[in-house]
Write a protein that binds this ligand. Structure first.
Ligand SMILES: *Cc1c(COP(=O)(O)O)cnc(C)c1O
Length: 230
């Protein structure tokens, strides 16, 4: 299957999930997660009309973006961000999705201000007890929401999560539901916080039923990833 055919199939399944959930297709964005795949794969998806993409490493996108000139392409950072890369990230990405501390938000705010831009951010929530998972615990969210309005150059636009690896498909549903509840609460404090970035190749239709506004799909579009590189 080609990238173009895969994209078509994924878009069809998104449409079907929206119909099932009684939601408008316009309310669910498809992000093509291109990590580990070459710049040429991004070009192929772009040629098929795809504009929203996700990468999980700052340096990987820095290298690929130097090979590309694609007007209107919107790249989100979906992987954890180290504080020494916040300046670079603020210049390379349209949106930063995996903010999980006030410290990172503050650094991004300073970086965005220096660049004269306003930077959309999503807060990553960790809903499982896996030590390996990134993200902030739900109990920490209220304090962050309290502090964010003081930062004038980052715009909190939503929450994102990655369910535990062993909770695929239907088993991911409770995590998606929980994130939606947290978003509903958070939105009463910060009105711009409307997005729910949730759902990946194995569970994006479930995520859409639970209110996802952006599904992050890699494998189902670009094929399996190879992690042979160091
Ligand atoms: C890799 C990745 C995805 C895409 O995963 P697939 O299972 O390939 O669809 C989505 N979100 C994040 C945060 C990722 O790192």
């Amino acid at each position: 299957m080609s990238i173009v055919e895969n994209l078509e199939r994924v878009r069809e399944q998104i449409a079907a999930a929206c119909a099932k959930a009684g939601r408008s297709e316009a309310d669910v964005a498809l992000m093509a997660v291109s990590k580990t795949h070459p710049a040429s794969a991004i070009e192929e998806a772009y040629a098929a009309g795809q504009r929203l993409f996700g990468e999980n490493r700052v340096q990987e996108w820095e290298a690929k973006s130097a090979q590309l000139s694609l007007p209107g392409l919107e790249m989100h950072l979906i992987g954890p961000l180290q504080s020494n890369k916040t300046n670079k990230a603020a210049g390379l990405f349209h949106t930063i999705e995996a903010v999980d501390s006030l410290r990172i938000a503050q650094r991004l705010d300073t970086a965005a201000q220096a660049l004269g831009r306003r930077l959309p951010i999503l807060i990553e929530i960790k809903l499982s007890h896996e030590d390996s998972k990134h993200g902030m615990a739900p109990q920490e969210l209220p304090a962050l929401l309290e502090a964010l309005p003081a930062l004038s150059h980052v715009i909190p636009v939503g929450l994102m999560t990655v369910p535990p690896l062993d909770a695929q498909g239907e088993e991911a549903r409770p995590y998606f539901r929980r994130l939606r509840e947290l978003r509903d609460q958070a939105q009463t404090r910060i009105a711009t916080l409307t997005h729910l970035s949730m759902g990946m190749s194995h569970d994006y239709t479930v995520a859409i039923e639970e209110g996802s506004t952006c599904v992050r799909v890699g494998t189902a579009i670009f094929g399996e990833r190879e992690y042979s590189q160091p």
